[in-house]
Design a protein around this ligand. Structure first.
Ligand code: G1P
Length: 294
């Protein structure tokens, strides 16, 4: 029996230096895409994928995330008093969303280090990792797509996307070969190697890891076994390469459109496209964009 994935870990303790000064006093995960923080999109994706428990790894400035997913009695009271039932529902839905636990990462020592902080709360079971600054718009939630592959192979799975050569140094890059799955062989890969942030000439392919992972619990021992890697941090990619010595790892080139919301341009693109799709904002916003002398 392949054990079910019930928990998802959300690293949110990074310094967010790419987004200063907005991230000086709040985590980048709280930056709003139109009117919803990035982390809420990611938590909703996890819930829609069947995840039952959320573990958020927080750093300094953690309180806004905790407050966001908590009940806000004063706000609810005010909205009720003013008969703003639509807003009241929106606010209540967030705290009703899912069970959230928090663990602190005191120093931003890397993604691998952040995931290791969740070890006690995850326990000896498979789990997902979701990076909120990778916003993915898709028909089937991206994490659900990965879980389907996990449930078939019973092994760790990472989300993959082809990136332009110039962007390679921003990602974990894999060497992988396609695997026949469900009668096709163009989305599932067997991973043979992984390199964090290589130079384009040293990269084994243009297939980049995007921030959705399903991991088996042996990853924790692998994170402990490795030392600092690219940019001096404990990298999850390096731990996966370590895990590869003893376990198979798969990659899935997911269906959907991904926005790099941790980057200013990517964030703006996501903002424009999400706003255009909104029922309440789409039409006037489109009209406004058309009026611009570009
Ligand atoms: C992290 C991972 C990297 C992955 C990327 C996806 O990098 O370390 O392997 O490709 O997320 O967004 P970061 O964006 O934190 O530099």
């Amino acid at each position: 029996m392949i054990p079910k994935v019930r928990k998802a870990v959300f690293p949110a303790a990074g310094l967010g230096t790419r987004f200063l000064p907005a991230t000086k006093a709040q985590p980048k995960e709280m930056l709003p895409l139109v009117d919803k923080p990035l982390i809420q999109y990611a938590v909703e994706e996890a819930k829609q994928s069947g995840i039952q428990n959320i573990i958020i790894v927080t750093g300094r400035n953690k309180s806004s995330i905790e407050d966001h997913f908590d009940v806000s009695y004063e706000l609810e009271h005010e909205l009720r008093k003013k008969d703003k039932t639509d807003l009241l529902r929106i606010v209540q839905e967030i705290s009703d969303l899912i069970d959230v636990a928090y663990v602190r990462q005191k120093e931003a020592l890397g993604l691998g280090h952040a995931v290791l902080r969740a070890r006690e709360l995850v326990g000896p079971e498979p789990f997902a990792v979701v990076l909120s600054d990778d916003v993915i718009d898709s028909e089937v939630p991206c994490l659900r797509q990965l879980l389907d592959v996990y449930e078939y192979f019973g092994a760790s799975v990472v989300a993959l996307m082809e990136v332009p050569e110039a962007s390679i140094p921003a990602y974990g890059i894999v060497a992988a070969e396609p695997v026949e799955h469900n009668g096709t062989n163009d989305r599932v890969y067997r991973i043979r190697n992984l390199v964090e942030k290589p130079k384009p000439e040293q990269a084994p392919s243009r297939l980049a890891i995007i921030g959705r992972y399903v991991l088996t619990p042996e990853i924790f021992a692998s994170i402990e076994a490795i030392g600092p890697g690219a940019i001096g941090e404990i990298q999850l990619t390096d731990a996966l390469r370590h895990l590869l010595r003893s376990r198979p790892i798969y990659g899935y080139r997911f269906e959907g459109r991904r926005y790099d919301a941790g980057d200013k341009l990517g964030f703006l693109q996501a903002t424009v496209e999400y706003a255009l799709r909104r029922e309440d904002l789409g039409a006037p916003f489109r009209q406004y964009l058309k009026s611009l002398d570009l």
